[in-house]
Design a protein around this ligand. Structure first.
Ligand code: HPA
Length: 242
């Protein structure tokens, strides 16, 4: 019997590849929603087959507000994937959640631009993150002695611009971190009955949390080191859940 791919990895900012495939095949998947961000890579890690997709394209050509989220999640489903783990870059809304640490959200706040597969049939899901995946990510981080915050609310903004100080003051009453992708992915994954969790890399304090203004260059600078740790954590996670 043909072996199925059960786990999908969606690499976010700073993570455009995985190091752990010895060999992999590249698969172009067409979906009713167009092509995903990039061809998927399917390979073996430990005992399981894993599919990897770089969310922003080969490098980082696709900006957050233009991402083909519907095609991305659909492509995983089509391959037989049951669980999806993503990485994502976030800003911190709280002084004690420091850049360089990680957060695995247990809730999200995103009432602005809600994507759905249910445009022409009536179905209402209650979105959630998958607890088993969340626990696995938290444990993998602990084993590597990385700082992983095990709870927190992810607030999704639309982008591509960063937030104003006034927006951050307001958003800090809603959650712990801000990013532009995870709520959309979690919603669509849930609609497809896929378990979903995200490893958020805290790349910066949000604008106005520190005196100094936030710039994109500052985010990218921190991202390089965080992405190295995130890759290690994801390898550990996949290795241990095989
Ligand atoms: N705001 C929104 N998205 C982000 C940020 C931020 O500060 N950092 C990384 N992604």
């Amino acid at each position: 019997m043909k072996e199925e791919v059960r786990l999908g990895l969606l690499g976010g900012s700073g993570i455009y590849d995985v190091a752990f495939f010895e060999r992999f095949e590249t698969r172009n998947v067409d979906t009713p929603y167009g092509r995903p961000s990039n061809p998927l890579k399917i390979g073996r890690f430990g005992k399981q087959k894993v599919a990897f997709l770089s969310r922003h394209g080969k490098g980082h050509e696709i900006p957050a507000h233009q991402l083909p989220h519907k095609a991305n999640l659909w492509a995983f489903k089509e391959l037989g994937v049951q669980k999806v783990v993503s990485t994502s870059s976030v800003g911190s809304l709280k002084k004690d959640i420091r850049p360089g640490s990680f957060l695995v959200p247990d809730d999200f706040f995103s009432p602005w631009n809600i994507l759905t597969y249910f445009d022409s049939r009536v179905k209402h899901i209650t979105p959630s993150f998958n607890e088993e995946l969340r626990r696995g990510l938290i444990q993998a981080g602990k084993k590597l002695k990385l700082t992983v915050h095990g709870n927190g609310t992810y607030v999704q903004t639309i982008g591509p611009r960063l937030e104003t100080r006034a927006e951050i003051r307001a958003l800090s009453t809603y959650g712990e971190v801000v990013g532009m992708t995870v709520a959309s992915e979690a919603t669509l994954a849930n609609e497809l009955d896929l378990g979903y969790a995200s490893l958020c890399m805290v790349d910066n304090y949000c604008h106005g949390i520190e005196e100094e203004p936030l710039t994109y260059e500052k985010i990218v600078q921190n991202q390089k080191k965080n992405a190295r740790n995130a890759k290690e954590l994801i390898s550990k996670f996949v290795g241990e859940t095989a």
